[in-house]
Design a protein around this ligand. Structure first.
Ligand code: FMN
Length: 167
């Protein structure tokens, strides 16, 4: 084995990992749930569709998140897909200690977890599986109900910044 290929097998450092993975453009979601009477939510761009039959989706939650144990305990969650004007919503729901629901309206979905005002679409789920994955867990949700709420464009996340589709 040459020195060059041995080098290629070194695990990536955090900066390289973030830089390279940041080139994968995504939308942005807020994962919401109820902790008793209190709504909880967290920004997540790890959301993706998984299976059509049965209908499954997933997101990845950081084990360090203080919100994740509250969503896990609820066993129900709603994925809210953000529109292009909701960068501020994404920022608030990614800020530790922020009063996340003080500046946004919401209504309960049929499982109770919040559907955010102005979200592009929502996907209401019951938690089916939680898989261990390094410093995150992979959360698989079974889709109970879903809907499109707006024809606006999506909020995009790319290389650490926000954007929207060119019109
Ligand atoms: C654009 C964006 C995407 C994010 N995606 C995720 C994600 O997929 N999973 C996750 O656990 N955290 C994600 N985060 C970070 C969480 O939103 C943030 O760490 C969390 O809200 C911290 O607060 P908490 O400890 O109160 O949960 C993302 C943040 C931003 C800004």
């Amino acid at each position: 084995m040459s020195d060059a290929s041995a080098e290629a097998l070194l695990p990536p450092d955090e900066a390289s990992y973030r830089t390279v993975l940041g080139h994968f453009a995504t939308g942005v979601t807020i994962i919401t749930a109820m902790d008793g009477d209190e709504p909880v939510g967290v920004s997540a761009n790890s959301f993706t569709s998984v299976s059509l039959d049965p209908p499954l989706v997933l997101f990845c939650a950081a084990k360090a998140s203080s919100t994740w144990p509250r969503i896990e305990a609820a066993e129900q969650f709603t994925v809210n897909i953000l529109n292009e004007h909701q960068e501020d919503v994404c920022r608030v729901f990614a800020t530790k200690g922020a009063d996340r629901f003080s500046r946004i309206g919401w209504r309960p979905s049929s499982n109770g977890s919040p559907i955010l005002h102005d979200a592009l679409a929502y996907i209401e789920c019951t938690m089916q599986d939680v898989h261990d994955a390094g410093d995150h867990v992979i959360v698989v949700g079974k889709v109970l109900e879903l809907g499109v709420l707006s024809e606006e464009g999506p909020l995009l996340f790319y290389r650490g910044g926000y954007g929207k589709l060119a019109s």
